[in-house]
Every structure is written in C-alpha cells, then in structure tokens.
Design a protein. Structure first.
Length: 150
C-alpha cells in the first residue's frame, strides 16, 4: 500500500505544499484529520470549530482545500458550502471541498456533492483513501493546482 501511495504523490500533487482548512465542531475530529494530514507532511493546516470562523479564515487567506467534518449538520453543510462558493467567486479562486460524514444513508455522499462539495468520504476511511480524494479534487481544480504539482 505504501508503494501505491508514494506513486500517487510522485505523479500528481505534492500534498505537503497544500494549505488546508478543517471545519468541524468536534475538537477530536479536527485533531484526527490534522494527524491524517501529517502523514503527507502537511504543515499549513488551519482549524475552525464552526461555519463563521471557517468562512472568515477563507476570506482572510483562502486554503487550497477545505475538509468539511463529520459534526456539521445538513443545514450547516448547505450554508457552509454556499459560503465557500460565494467566497471563491468574490476572491476569484477555486476552493475545493471534501466532505466527510458518518451518515448511515448511502445517499449522503450524492446529496453532499449535489449541495456543492467536490468529493465525499464516509468514515471510517484509510489514509490512502483520504490521499486519493485530495489528489483527485486538487487535480480537477486546475489552474490553482498547477502550482502544487511536484
């Protein structure tokens, strides 16, 4: 599995050079995502515990990618995803979002993507799964991703 992971990194995007924003109400969820990102040697990781501070961070310094955590309810996800798109339009940048959920409904991923997320991961997930989603979303979001290429 490590060989496949190293191959993904070398062929696409250097995840250590990506700036991340993790938005989740629950501290332990944010800590677990930070720990997962450390596997990619990520050093620019910011955290927000609610929608308003997360959106303020986006306007202050747009991240390369947002990880929308488990503890956000559906209404909050809708509001937050709309806020990300408004910020991206206002700042003239692409800000992809990967939503993470523990929903038991298999339709949750499709709903989240329809609401504006670029990708969806259900928990539990592996580091390799997170890595694949991050690379795919960043690669799809050219031209900003070109600066992150290895």
């Amino acid at each position: 599995m490590k060989a496949a992971s190293a191959n993904l990194k070398s062929n696409f995007i250097n995840l250590s050079r990506v700036s991340y924003l993790i938005a989740d109400k629950i501290r332990i969820n944010r800590m677990l995502l930070v720990r997962a990102l450390r596997n990619f040697s990520a050093s620019d990781v910011r955290e927000a515990d609610d929608i308003k501070p997360a959106l303020a961070m986006i306007y202050e310094r747009p991240p390369d990618i947002v990880l929308l955590g488990v503890a956000m309810g559906q209404t909050e996800k809708v509001e937050f995803l709309k806020g990300i798109r408004d910020a991206a339009k206002s700042l003239s940048v692409n800000i992809p979002c990967v939503a993470i959920s523990d929903a038991v409904c298999s339709e949750d991923g499709a709903c989240t993507i329809c609401l504006g997320a670029d990708s969806h991961i259900s928990i539990p997930f592996s580091i390799a799964t997170l890595e694949a989603h991050l690379i795919k979303v960043l690669k799809d979001r050219q031209p900003r991703a070109r600066a992150l290429l290895s």
